[in-house]
Design a protein around this ligand. Structure first.
Ligand code: SF4
Length: 430
């Protein structure tokens, strides 16, 4: 038994209510278990209980043992003056303050519930409930995934708020940082964000008309435009970069770009060239995304191909077979899921405009689910992400609930434990 589990049992009333008595022998009737309190003070507020013939209203404090009351020094804490009932798992000894009635819950909690919870907590494997999660009705899964998705986007919004503070509240700047970060994908995300932070949007706007200047700025700042380059085009970019470096002045970022174990189309050189083309051909991208009517319109914004030189190259001075470096559909959708949607949701959340939040959620439901190892493991145990929204919810579930064994905070865990209670009337523990 943990305090968290005891609170959970109290919160949902998963104990037998028949024959409840205080340690003093008076009958207890619980009229209202109260609201769980996440802040300082007693565990449940606004509860109502009848003890003997007297109805009391106030707070309920829960402990594993009665002696915890004294150990936690609640008697001296004014927050606890309103406690009407001290509910404990096991009554070990009478507290110093005998005016607060003590109710021992252990004999009223079903051992089946506790055994089930223990089994969940001890389960190894991908996630603790993997053997039983298919018992949970679809309706529970659907509403839980909807909630998780919003939680995930709210969490991303908090990160965007921090970035906004760094960027002097400029949404364009933050959007540019996040866009570049996602162009870098997982491997080069940090390095790409460094490049973006080193190139303010005002500076990029000034050179927007020249793809050569944009490429030299991005590739130069990424530190991949140095050394003795032989072909004309990289030499041209090198000259441009040296000139722009003097003009602004600019220092390349410290973090180096990673090419290892990457498919050539995802090389940072190619991604930076595509990013330069996006800046060159799409003016006011942030506003365009904000006002885009549907996913098709956003996809068309990202429909770009890197400059001609890259048709025959993945890296400087290394010629390869003809292959235009078009930003593929899966990369486009990844940018939508990881950049456009979170920024649009955050815009709605921070500015109090629900229509943008709804638009972001709607787009996610229209986009296909990505493929990654976590989602494949969910699929193996029978949970398939129907779209990008589902995928985002499942990734959030695994990271923030399952891997931390927060089954008591999870609607799936709740449904499984509730099933135990409803299939087996909560009998006194034997
Ligand atoms: S957190 Fe929820 S989904 Fe994850 S293992 Fe626990 S009960 Fe299952």
């Amino acid at each position: 038994m943990t305090e968290k589990l005891l609170q959970y049992i109290w919160q949902f009333g998963y104990f037998s209510h028949a024959g409840l008595r205080t340690q003093g022998g008076e009958p207890v009737h619980i009229l209202q278990r109260g609201q769980w309190n996440a802040n300082e003070g007693p565990d449940f507020l606004d509860a109502r209980v009848r003890i003997g013939d007297t109805v009391l209203a106030g707070s309920v404090e829960l402990h594993l043992r009665t002696s915890d009351w004294d150990r936690h020094r609640h008697a001296a804490d004014p927050n606890y003056r309103n406690v009407i009932l001290h509910a404990v798992h096991v009554h070990d000894r009478a507290p110093a303050d005998t005016t607060i009635p003590v109710l021992e819950l252990e004999p009223h909690i079903s051992s089946l519930l506790l055994d089930h919870y223990d089994r969940l907590m001890q389960q190894s494997g991908f996630i603790p409930c993997e053997r039983e999660l298919l018992q949970v009705p679809d309706l529970v899964w659907t509403s839980w995934k909807d909630r998780l998705l919003v939680e995930r986007l709210v969490e991303k919004t908090q990160r965007i708020e921090i970035l906004l503070r760094d960027a002097g509240n400029s949404w364009e700047e933050v959007f540019w940082w996040l866009l570049a970060r996602n162009f870098g994908m997982r491997v080069n995300a940090e390095a790409f964000e460094d490049v973006a932070r080193s190139l303010p949007t005002a500076l990029l706007l000034r050179h927007r008309g020249s793809i050569h200047k944009l490429e030299s700025l991005l590739l130069g700042q990424a530190n991949v435009l140095h050394g003795h380059l032989q072909e004309d085009y990289p030499q041209l970019l090198q000259r441009e970069y040296r000139y722009l470096q003097q003009l602004h002045p600019l220092k390349p970022v410290h973090r180096s770009m990673n090419f290892l174990r990457m498919r050539p189309p995802a090389f940072p050189t190619v991604r930076l060239a595509q990013l330069a083309m996006l800046l060159h051909t799409r003016e006011h991208l942030f506003e365009r995304l904000l006002e885009a009517a549907d996913v098709a319109e956003v996809r068309s914004c990202f429909d770009i191909t890197a400059n001609d030189y890259w048709h025959y190259h993945y890296r400087f001075d290394e010629e390869s077979a003809f292959q235009p470096k078009h930003l593929g559909m899966s990369m486009t959708d990844s940018l939508l899921v990881n950049t456009a949607v979170p920024v649009i949701f955050a815009w709605g959340q921070i500015n109090g405009i629900d229509a943008y939040k709804e638009k972001a959620l709607h787009w996610l439901q229209q986009l296909p689910a990505e493929s990654n190892s976590i989602l494949r493991r969910f699929e193996k145990i029978g949970i398939r992400a129907a779209g990008a929204g589902d995928a985002q919810a499942l990734l959030f579930l695994e990271k923030n609930y399952c891997s931390q064994r927060r089954c008591l905070d999870c609607a799936i865990g709740n449904a499984l434990l509730r099933g135990v209670v409803s299939n087996n009337p909560a009998l006194p523990r034997v």
